[in-house]
Design a protein around this ligand. Structure first.
Ligand SMILES: [Zn+2]
Length: 280
């Protein structure tokens, strides 16, 4: 016995009445498309929700206080030397310790001559100009800086705090807590800059502030997004041009990351920065 087929209300293809009844008149293909778009819309709305505003504010303050004292200590150690870069770097795992790194112009000069003489490294990166190697592996690689993980044990309380944040019941994202923490570190550097803590280095050596996320797929966008947020455009441009590895595959990779959920959640939290707190 022949069943009379009906037209899909979206694409017009003939389908079984059962299918139409099950899918509100849609064929299987159109129904899957609709479900996918609905899921994306739900995700887009969810990204705008801030579940950890209190935790963000606490983490921002804690990090600010620890970094302030680490910076003052570092400045004493540098004894008049100019810092050109300061960085907070975190790890992908929530609860991974953020650490604080700094580098002086004199420190970079030392690394530069070493890197220029490092023929083994040049062989490993045959397509990269030596100048680029010097910038990416020396000048803008906080993991190589002379003040790496400065006073790291002071950050233990921050680690403990982040590790003990209880996930909210409606948080189904593996990224929101992490994105919140990444944004809080940026906010803390922003606050210290507003205090004019870095003024001397800003003036004398175009000090660039940024954050990094060690060894994770968030590293590239996080470095650039934080540097863009924290620095005057002309300082950001120096950092961007010198720290980017111009490689087509990498550029493609970066473009993919631009749509990343973690980055979009990070941007949502960053909107809290600069807003004056209530009750003042
Ligand atoms: Zn259809």
């Amino acid at each position: 016995m022949e069943t009379t087929r009906v037209a899909c209300v979206s694409c017009g293809n003939k389908i079984l009445p059962d299918t139409a009844a099950r899918n509100n008149g849609l064929c299987g293909v159109c129904e899957r498309k609709r479900a996918k778009l609905a899921a994306k819309a739900a995700m887009d709305n969810d990204i705008l929700i801030i579940r950890y505003a209190d935790e963000f504010s606490t983490l921002r303050e804690m990090t600010r206080d620890v970094v302030r004292s680490a910076f003052l200590d570092l400045e004493r150690l540098c004894a008049g030397e100019c810092l050109y870069g300061l960085c907070i770097y975190a790890y992908k795992t929530v609860g991974g310790p953020p650490v604080f790194c700094g580098s002086t112009l004199a420190g970079f000069a030392k690394r530069e001559s070493k890197l220029r003489a490092d023929t083994e490294l040049h062989k490993m990166l045959p397509n990269m100009p030596v100048q680029k190697i010097v910038f990416t592996s020396g000048k803008w690689s906080p993991y190589e800086w002379e003040y790496e993980a400065h006073r790291w044990s002071d950050f233990r309380a921050i680690v403990d705090y982040v590790e003990n944040i209880a996930p909210k019941q409606d948080d189904n994202s593996p990224n929101e807590l992490h994105a919140m923490a990444l944004a809080a570190y940026v906010a803390s550097l922003y606050d210290l800059d507003q205090e004019n803590l870095f003024a001397r280095h800003r003036q004398l050596s175009s000090l660039v502030l940024f954050c990094s996320d060690c060894e994770s797929s968030d590293r590239e966008w996080y470095q650039h997004a934080s540097a863009k947020f924290l620095n005057p455009p002309e300082f950001f441009n120096i950092f961007y041009n010198e720290s980017v590895v111009f490689d087509a595959a990498e550029e493609e990779h970066n473009r993919e990351l631009l749509g990343d959920e973690c980055q979009r959640r990070f941007n949502t939290y960053l909107q809290l920065v600069g807003r004056k707190s209530d009750g003042g």
